[in-house]
Design a protein around this ligand. Structure first.
Ligand code: F6P
Length: 524
């Protein structure tokens, strides 16, 4: 289908292929779909029982079959005091109890009541976690910078010692609080960084000071206790919260300390608004459903291998990284829920950078490369800096121009005409015009909202979570396990003694043994 022609033929195309939830608008009119395409996709969703599966998830059924778990991140942002059960137990009272405990601790840190061991107010918090225990809070802290009135927040994730070293370099142990965030409290990167942090406090302030400089977030409360963090500084969550869906749980503690409990609650409320919409709107009026259907269309029918997420919103610069885990760890699967090989492609490669920066880097490929990559544009109607409105207008003009250019393209005839109008010679026009042709008809969706405030951030992240869910149901896979990360972890454990020089490299393949040999040679 030719999008240019479709827009010319139907003046109502934008209205027909866009949806709103309050000020948030989702526009997929620049995707090569017709009303008939959408009906067929909705038929596929019906066949895949997407609605039934959605209801099962929201009800607390054990839909994560390979881990025998319910999937209830939606309960974390549900304001209801009761009424969501897992195995017959209402989880809401506990959810709200942890939220209240987090708020009390956040307030105490922010006010100085929970001071460091020497009585000084905490000025810096360092979250130590990785994957879902890092990407969500790190992304949200940056996104909510205009609301940040608490201590500075830093994030250490990589086991590369450079990360913690460079983070701690400018910090004062007397005024630094570490939050050790790990669902399992076994992740080697996090435990290694936590021990280094503990030694850093101990070296500066003595062993007795450590307790005042640590808090923890985990589902494994026994392991946290063994690490030595005082119980009143431990915030729990539950195995029915997937790591990459855990930002709404106590994993959000550093965000709450940074922006305050009230803003954090507004963030939860935004997500709940999207949950309510997802749970109740009819299929083709339901933004996450439609976004999932269009994603499936691009991946399975059009066979596009990737999608680019381009926020024209600098404070969402960590959103692509966050979505990489959310989407690719969820839907990068090769067997169906029943363990049979899938018969269609599953989750696409997800990548991106903020606009306008991306325009000066990889947009060339988006416009003229040989692969078609659907783009997801995100933008706010208003920035937080009214005095810089001119910047924001330029930002928006660029965002709109890019999606229009991808859709419209430029024909050879148009390229030639433009060049001739500029007075270029016939010879130059013949030689250069083919290089200035844009094929166009390249799809994009645009998500527009008024302002990137806590509520909107909540709506956006919940939208993406549900889209991933919808696509998973259409692919027929389990979005909530991540067995694909296990093999590398096992091999790393086995290889550690080999790298250290106490194990035998001969048991490794020749390439691995050769690389270890080279490392040892360089270190000698
Ligand atoms: O990379 C695998 C993974 O298990 C992610 O799913 C998870 O978010 C991350 O590791 C961190 O796990 P944890 O919070 O248990 O330390």
């Amino acid at each position: 289908m030719e999008m240019r022609a479709a827009f010319a033929a139907d003046p109502h195309r934008f209205a027909a292929f866009s949806l709103r939830l309050g000020d948030l608008l989702f526009d997929w009119s620049k995707c090569a779909v017709t009303g008939e395409t959408m009906k067929l996709l909705a038929g596929l969703a019906e066949k895949a029982n997407v609605v039934g599966r959605r209801d099962a998830m929201l009800r607390g059924d054990t839909i994560n079959a390979t881990e025998h778990r319910a999937v209830l991140h939606t309960a974390l942002r549900n304001p209801a005091a009761k009424g969501v059960s897992v195995d017959g137990v209402d989880v809401m009272p506990e959810v709200h109890a942890v939220l209240s405990a987090m708020a009390a601790f956040a307030d105490a840190v922010r006010s100085g009541a929970a001071a460091g061991a020497t009585g000084k107010k905490i000025t810096d918090i360092v979250n130590i976690g990785i994957g879902g225990s890092d990407l969500g809070p790190a992304m949200a802290t940056l996104a909510l910078a205009p609301y940040h009135d608490g201590p500075r927040a830093h994030y250490v994730s990589n086991v590369d010692g450079a990360h913690i070293h460079d983070t701690l370099k400018g910090l004062d142990p007397e005024t630094t609080l570490f939050i050790i965030a790990s669902k399992t409290f076994t992740t080697v990167e996090t435990m290694t960084n936590a021990e280094t942090a503990s030694r850093w406090i101990e070296a500066a302030l003595g062993k007795a000071a450590v307790g005042k400089h640590f808090a923890a977030v985990s589902t494994a409360l026994d392991k946290v206790a063994a690490f030595g963090i005082a119980p009143d500084r431990v915030f729990g969550f539950w195995d029915w919260v997937g790591g990459r869906y855990s930002l709404w749980s106590a994993i959000g503690l550093p965000v709450m300390i940074a922006v305050g409990p009230q803003n954090f609650r507004a963030f939860l409320a935004g997500a709940h608004e999207m949950d309510t919409h997802f749970a109740s709107a009819p299929m083709l009026e339901n933004i996450p459903m439609v976004m999932g259907l269009v994603g499936y269309w691009h991946r399975v029918v059009c066979k596009y291998p990737a999608r680019a997420v381009i926020p024209y919103d600098q404070r969402l610069s960590r959103l692509p990284a966050y979505l990489q885990q959310l989407d690719m760890e969820s839907n990068g699967k090769r067997v169906t829920i029943d363990g049979m090989p899938v018969t269609t492609p599953t989750g696409p490669l997800v990548w991106g950078e903020p606009g306008t920066n991306g325009q000066h880097a990889f947009f060339q490929l988006l416009h003229q490369g040989t692969d078609v990559i659907p783009v997801e544009f995100l933008a706010a109607a208003q920035g937080h800096e009214p005095e810089l409105k001119h910047h924001h207008d330029l930002l928006l003009a660029n965002c709109l121009a890019q999606s229009a250019a991808l859709m419209k393209g430029r024909t050879l005839e148009e390229a030639r005409r433009q060049m001739l109008t500029k007075g270029m010679s016939e010879a130059d026009v013949n030689a250069i015009a083919p290089h200035r042709v844009f094929p166009g008809n390249r799809p994009s969706v645009t998500i527009l909202y008024n302002k990137l405030d806590p509520k909107t951030l909540g709506r956006l992240i919940a939208l993406y979570e549900h889209r991933v869910f919808v696509e998973a149901q259409l692919f027929g896979i389990n979005a909530f396990d991540q067995w694909g990360v296990e093999l590398g972890k096992e091999l790393a454990t086995n290889l550690l003694p080999v790298v250290e020089g106490t194990g035998d490299a001969a048991e490794s393949d020749a390439s691995t043994a050769g690389l270890v040999h080279h490392i040892h040679g360089l270190r000698a």
